[in-house]
Design a protein around this ligand. Structure first.
Ligand code: ADP
Length: 495
């Protein structure tokens, strides 16, 4: 072989035994020689490569322009070689990142006689490099996050503290001449600042507690729509300060459900205050309560703010996650990115879900869904009718008997107690006319005894509102609606 004779014998021995994959070609670029390392690395037998163009190794990842430049340098007598990284393909199809050096071989008169190519496999080091750089990026992100959290945390801690200290100083210096009214005002501001501090610290601790699974829900039965309306009222002054209209609407027939009122209020306040924070001055925010046909409760906060970048929707509920994309974050806003993480944790503890979406006309919608408690609620249950003056029993007895629902009748507190202990009812009907005081405590007792639902019967909506019992009871059922109600509530006989 002509080329083999051209090579110095020792060099040729080295070519054969080196662990570096090398091949040589003729001046047309067709492979003449390939060493064992080359064949092993690319997975070919010698006869499969000899006479073929090294194009067989191409992965298609490099552009034709890149190859053009590669060959331009190699055949240029003034340069004569090319060295660089590219992605090749083995016979098996596996892609490999290699550092390739190709040199032109020329005879003593300068005539081109072929090429030699040396391959260095850098796939693994590339992979490690990639991992290292993404770890570096993560570390940088974490470090930046730590600095931001520290900055925000210290701002949130320092500004109320400074307020407290400066007011106390002022009082120390001027106490003798300070009118009582001014002292009272200073003290109020000090208490407010203290409350803000504890609120912030509690938020941090809360999240840790919830995430570590150490938070216990303290649930009681109440109407979630009434709670949502209360949150709207609480946040209205803050919205008004930004010229915003904060409205509440309710669809469907709200019924009470077991929730942790304090925590759910925190959820709604977080969502509403975000809308106030991120939506523009003068825009409108709507809080909408719906009870869907399956019985689940849904509270949605709609705003006309910047909305959320689609790529952030999945992560927006992560701890410390904040939107960074230009055009989405107003400069005035200062936050830590804990609020939505807390929201998600609390809602999930209730067995519910929370999601974020963009409104068609701009703005975002945050929706909290709480599961339907009635599905397991009264199925197969018994009913207790509390009716001291026989006003509702006659309406209920027929329908309950017809549906084979065991039912018990109680006139006095003693009788109620006895039924609760012995019959374990799931459902209580209370004659609304005899609505007794301390109902909240009574309801807590019923609930502790395993009663899932307490229903007022026979009271008009007017009276219902006057009594301020909408937090505890759903809209009362009128005598004439009993049949419809029993069907809707899916009460079945025990067997
Ligand atoms: P914070 O408001 O303290 O930054 P959150 O966890 O409450 O933390 O919110 C996380 C991020 O989600 C915010 O930084 C903001 O980028 C985005 N965000 C939350 N609510 C809204 C909203 N109503 N409109 C637009 N972006 C929002």
């Amino acid at each position: 072989m002509e080329n083999r004779i051209d090579l110095d014998m020792a060099f040729y021995q080295h070519f054969l035994s080196t662990p570096t994959p090398i091949c040589t070609t003729d001046k047309h670029g067709n492979i003449r020689e390939a060493n064992r390392a080359f064949l092993d690395f690319y997975g070919y037998a010698l006869h499969e490569v000899v006479g073929r163009n090294p194009k067989i190794l191409k992965s298609g990842r490099q552009s034709p322009a890149a190859y053009g430049e590669l060959w331009r340098q190699i055949v240029d007598p003034a340069i004569g070689h090319w060295s660089g990284e590219l992605i090749n393909r083995k016979r098996s199809g596996e892609e490999v990142t290699v550092h390739l050096t190709v040199s032109a071989l020329r005879s003593s008169n300068g005539e081109l006689s072929g090429f030699v190519a040396t391959t260095l496999d850098i796939t693994r080091s590339k992979l490690l490099e990639g991992q290292l750089s993404s770890m570096n990026q993560e570390l940088e992100d974490l470090n930046r996050l730590k600095n931001e959290v520290l900055a925000v945390t210290s701002h949130d801690l320092k500004s109320p503290l400074n307020g407290i200290i400066s007011r106390v100083r002022l009082m120390q210096e001027t106490l003798v001449d300070l009118p009582r009214e001014r002292i009272r005002e200073h003290l109020e501001r000090i208490v407010e600042a203290g409350d803000r501090l504890t609120g912030f610290i509690n938020e941090l601790l809360d999240l840790d507690k919830i995430e570590a699974g150490r938070y216990q829900l303290h649930t009681k039965r109440l109407r979630v729509d009434a709670l949502a309306q209360l949150c709207v009222e609480i946040n209205a002054p803050a919205a008004a300060l930004r010229g915003m209209r904060l409205t509440f609407a309710s669809e469907g027939k709200p019924r009470p459900v077991e929730v942790d009122a304090v925590k759910l209020e925190q959820v709604l306040n977080n969502l509403i205050s975000n809308a106030i924070k991120y939506a523009p001055y003068g825009s409108e925010i709507e809080v909408i309560y719906k009870e869907n046909s399956g019985g689940g409760r849904q509270i949605a906060v709609h705003d006309r703010g910047p909305g959320l970048p689609e790529e952030d929707l999945a992560q927006i509920f992560d701890r410390y996650y904040q939107v960074k994309k230009k055009g989405f974050v107003p400069t005035r806003v200062f936050g830590v990115g804990l609020g939505l993480a807390i929201v998600k944790n609390i809602v999930e503890m209730h067995g519910g879900t929370v999601s974020a979406a963009n409104r068609a006309g701009g703005g975002s919608i945050f929706t909290v869904c709480l599961p339907d408690p009635s599905v397991t609620r009264v199925k197969g249950g018994a009913a207790l009718v509390i009716d001291p003056h026989d006003t509702i029993f006659r309406y209920l007895e027929g329908p309950l008997t017809l549906r084979a629902i065991p039912h018990f009748f109680a006139r006095t507190a003693f009788e109620v107690q006895r039924v609760l202990e012995n019959e374990h009812p799931d459902l209580i009907f209370i004659a609304a006319e005899d609505y007794p005081g301390e109902m909240a405590e009574r309801l807590a007792e019923y609930s502790a005894a395993g009663v899932n639902q307490a229903i007022l019967v026979g009271i008009g909506p007017e009276r219902y509102r006057q009594e301020h019992i909408q937090y505890l009871f759903s809209e009362p059922v009128l005598d004439v609606e009993i049949l419809e109600f029993l069907d809707e509530t899916r009460i079945n006989s025990r067997n």
